[in-house]
Design a protein around this ligand. Structure first.
Ligand code: CP
Ligand code: NVA
Length: 305
């Protein structure tokens, strides 16, 4: 493992499998009441420049279950909100804490934080990637289907942070990936270039949801307007018509196809209420697995520190 988890593009297939195996073990230990074998008293600083329910609570609960402590820092009410450079924040927090988690806008800010931090940095979502989310998704798919390799993942909607992480994470785990996004809303070019170079797994990028969904084993979607894009909501509502996960789309997928949604969901937009509720078991397993996967990341990054 590298020092940090900044994007799935950086992780090797072996790193991802190690995180998933560790997450399975920590989940089993928690369910059976077994104490985790982890050095006590580790401190995690959690910087948030955007809203959060799952990431905030699962990281804070996770570090506490590992015998450590989480410190919540809203950018807006820390000195970051008054313009203190991220590289100075990195050097200060590194002197107090054993790990830093950050949710912000620019990926470059996270990369800069990691460059100047002497302790591990974890990306809790940027506009570019949401690595912890897709690691939880992969854990959930493996739990439900017993494997990842050879399955077909489909994503319908906005080629955003979640979509970028799905491309990198699923292809690195030997899954085929088929993605349908409207013109102007395709994933990041760096991620598409990575996908082009992958051999062994198949990657298809299309404007047509029906092509992407055909023969899928798992269908993903995400909101049409992500955090920070609220002013574009009306324009996006129009652009994404037809890019909804509904019964007619799922009829094209393989029988027993899973549905994954990072949450929060906008029912009636990217997913229907009916499909959401029929797949709620899988979707809330996915939300739960954020806890286990992030504990695994913290375990692997801090266990020897
Ligand atoms: N999926 C996810 O990251 O949720 P939050 O925005 O609530 O953290
Ligand atoms: N794409 C969404 C994911 C939220 C967890 C956003 O960035 O707002």
């Amino acid at each position: 493992m590298n020092k940090d988890v900044l994007k799935l593009l950086d992780l090797s297939s072996d790193d991802i499998i190690l995180i998933l195996d560790t997450a399975d073990r920590l989940k089993a230990e928690r369910k059976s009441g077994k104490k985790h074998d982890f050095p006590p008293g580790k401190t995690l600083a959690m910087i948030f420049a955007k809203n959060s329910t799952r990431t905030r609570v699962s990281f804070e609960a996770g570090i506490s279950q590992l015998g450590g402590h989480g410190i919540f820092l809203a950018s807006s009410d820390s000195q970051l909100g008054r313009g203190e450079p991220i590289k100075d924040t990195a050097r200060v927090l590194s002197r107090y804490c054993d790990c830093i988690m950050i949710r912000t806008f620019d990926q470059e800010e996270v990369e800069e934080l990691a460059k100047y931090s002497s302790v591990p940095v974890i990306n809790g979502l940027t506009d570019f990637e949401h690595p912890c989310q897709v690691l939880a998704d992969l854990m959930t798919i493996r739990e439900h289907r017993g494997r990842l390799g050879g399955l077909k993942a489909c994503f319908i909607g906005d080629g955003n942070n979640v979509a970028n992480s799905i491309i990198a994470g699923c292809l690195k785990c030997g899954m085929d990936v088929s993605m349908a996004c409207p013109d102007g809303y395709w994933p990041d070019q760096m991620t598409l270039d990575f996908a082009k170079g992958v051999t062994g797994s198949k990657f298809v990028m299309t404007y047509q949801p029906e092509i992407a969904a055909a023969g899928a084993d798992v269908v993903f979607t995400d909101v049409w307007a992500s955090m920070g894009q609220e002013v574009e909501s009306e324009k996006r509502q129009k652009a994404f018509q037809g890019y909804q996960v509904n019964d007619s789309l799922l009829a094209l997928a393989n029988p027993g196809c899973m549905v994954q949604h990072c949450l929060p969901a906008h029912r009636g937009e990217e997913i229907t209420e009916k499909v959401f509720e029929e797949h709620a078991g899988e979707i809330f397993d996915e939300a739960e697995n954020r806890l286990h996967v992030q504990k695994a990341i913290m375990y692997l990054l801090m266990k020897n520190s």
